[in-house]
Design a protein around this ligand. Structure first.
Ligand code: ATP
Ligand code: MG
Length: 390
């Protein structure tokens, strides 16, 4: 029989009526990431999901790698699916252990059996003990260690029997699409892709908005953001990216508002525009990569003024993180190398030498009121380009 992939998810989120919706969404998302790898049967049994390839040459490693990045999956194992027949189970278990020992320098093991099919004549303990004894005979370099074995051979006896040892950890979280949608302000930096990833991890679908200031920022800066959106979309399973021209707004602020308030007013425009896009696409919140105190525009005073520009909730999952913690996560999710490419961001184009670190809301509103705020926003929205990333 074939190798199949066993996918585990955590039960803790699955109380009551949500369970079928959760499982259905997870299966749909799994099928999406496996698309193109070859024909498979994906089905649920006993609160697990099995992926059964139709052909022998199915790329299992690639499939496992992709599944390990799907939110909602706790872990993944390649397993051998066997007839529930004692002789077959023992024979194939010994083969599997011999292969494991060939590839690794393992010295100790234990057998862990689960018997879900009570028609099988031996109980779990009896199977573990008997099979353990046979393995000791056939693979004499191994010893049993029940407390801290180098590897565990798992035997699950059901209608069919599944044997496996390898367990690849998944990203956990909840399946994207279970928890509505939010709109991410995606810069070319390190923080915002991480922020988006963290919110998506909780089952939230994302749209993304990027502000660019052509010709002050180059085509390459825009390409970089598209690349970041592509990496993110591996997790979010598609992402619509709105690219908003921001030059005219920045020039207007630069000409008509006090220098030290440039950044904070600019950030209020970003929030307002994103909120408009979010309302149009059915999002229930905005997401940014802000962290307290990281830069002048992220002091509590600045965050208050920025936040006051909108009424939708703003989620800031990086809020309490140090930069190195964000970097660590960025590496893990594979956005870091792209984020550090040295292309300018629209925030760095017009900056004051000494931006305010304690802006006042009334002053900010008074300064920006000389601008045609609605007119500028409408125009930017009209000229926004939308890219559908699959
Ligand atoms: P990042 O690493 O995400 O760029 P940062 O430390 O550089 O963060 P800022 O430039 O102050 O911080 O931006 C704070 C947040 O505002 C970003 O995390 C992002 O959510 C949003 N943002 C900044 N610039 C842009 C942009 N050009 N387009 C869209 N969103 C932006
Ligand atoms: Mg930035």
């Amino acid at each position: 029989m074939n190798t199949v992939i066993l996918v585990r998810y955590e039960e803790i989120f699955l109380k009551g009526l949500n369970k079928p919706a959760f499982e259905g969404r997870l299966i749909k998302n799994m099928k999406k990431v496996l698309n193109g790898l070859g024909p498979v049967d994906v089905f649920k049994a006993q609160s697990r999901i099995y992926v059964e390839p139709e052909n022998e040459d199915y790329p299992l490693d690639e499939a496992i790698k992709r599944l390990a990045g799907v939110f909602g999956i706790a872990s993944v194992s390649p397993v051998l699916k066997l007839e529930t027949d004692k002789e077959i189970i023992y024979e194939r278990s010994v083969e599997m252990v011999q292969n494991i020992v060939k590839r690794n320098r393992y010295k100790t093991f234990k057998v862990e059996t689960r018997r879900a099919d009570k028609r099988f004549p031996m109980n779990s303990m009896e199977v573990s003990r008997e099979l353990g004894g046979i393995i000791l005979q056939k693979v004499p370099e191994l010893n049993v260690n029940v407390t801290e074995p180098d590897f565990i051979l798992h035997v699950e006896i059901r209608e069919y029997t599944y044997i496996y040892s390898e367990i690849v950890p998944g990203v956990k979280g909840l399946p994207v699409g279970c928890n509505g949608q939010a709109t991410l302000l995606l810069s070319g930096g390190i923080d915002s892709p991480v922020a988006g990833w963290m919110v998506a991890k909780r089952g939230v679908r994302l749209e993304a908005v990027h502000f660019y200031s052509y010709p002050y920022t180059s085509e390459r800066a825009k390409d970089k953001v598209i690349r970041l959106a592509n990496i993110l979309s591996r997790y979010t399973l598609g992402l619509r990216l709105h690219i908003v021209p921001f030059t005219e707004i920045q020039l207007a602020i630069n000409q008509q508002c006090p220098k030290e308030y440039l950044t904070i007013i600019m950030r209020r425009f970003m929030m307002k525009i994103t909120e408009r896009i979010a309302q149009q696409n059915g999002s229930l919140g905005l997401v940014t990569g802000e962290a307290i105190g990281q830069v002048a525009s992220q002091t509590l005073e600045s965050l208050l003024v920025t936040n006051s520009a909108v009424t939708m909730p703003v989620y800031r999952p990086c809020i309490g993180m140090d930069k190195n913690e964000v970097v660590e996560l960025a590496r893990k999710i594979d956005t870091y190398e792209t984020s550090i490419l040295p292309y300018e961001d629209c925030c760095t184009v017009f900056v004051a030498k000494h931006p305010v670190t304690k802006p006042q809301l009334e002053k900010t509103i008074a300064y920006e009121s000389v601008l045609d705020i609605e007119g500028l926003i409408d125009k930017a929205l009209k000229e926004t380009e939308v890219i559908n990333i699959q």
